[in-house]
Design a protein around this ligand. Sequence first.
Ligand code: 5GP
Length: 115
Amino acid sequence: MSEPSIFTRILEGEIPSEIVAETENVFAIRDIAPRAPLHLLVIPKTAAYRNVVELAAGDPALLAEMVGLASSVAAEQGSTDFRLVFNTGPGAGQTVFHVHAHVLAGELDEESLRA
Ligand code: 5GP
């Protein structure tokens, strides 16, 4: 069995991080290394899907729930306009293989996005 992901450990309270919003199946936290004035991560509670392609194929309703929470939490934080980014694969910068959406609003730190 593989180790629990960092996001599962946050959800279970093993690693501290404030959960800023949640639905039945999805939760949102602030990214520890923000690359925009608003930078949240929206994450399914299940770690069953490694990336958005697997999630879309396996549980499209859960993907829709993620998009819904991204929209409502961004609005709560004052941003009705936002970017939703799913890094997919290590070559695209994915480092945590428990699917998650980056919710980014305000001016991006383009330099750190390239890093
Ligand atoms: P990825 O690179 O996989 O698309 O995104 C993973 C994100 O998780 C990164 O933006 C990184 O800053 C964030 N992250 C990694 N570890 C932690 C943590 O312990 N707490 C929080 N809040 N974010 C984390």
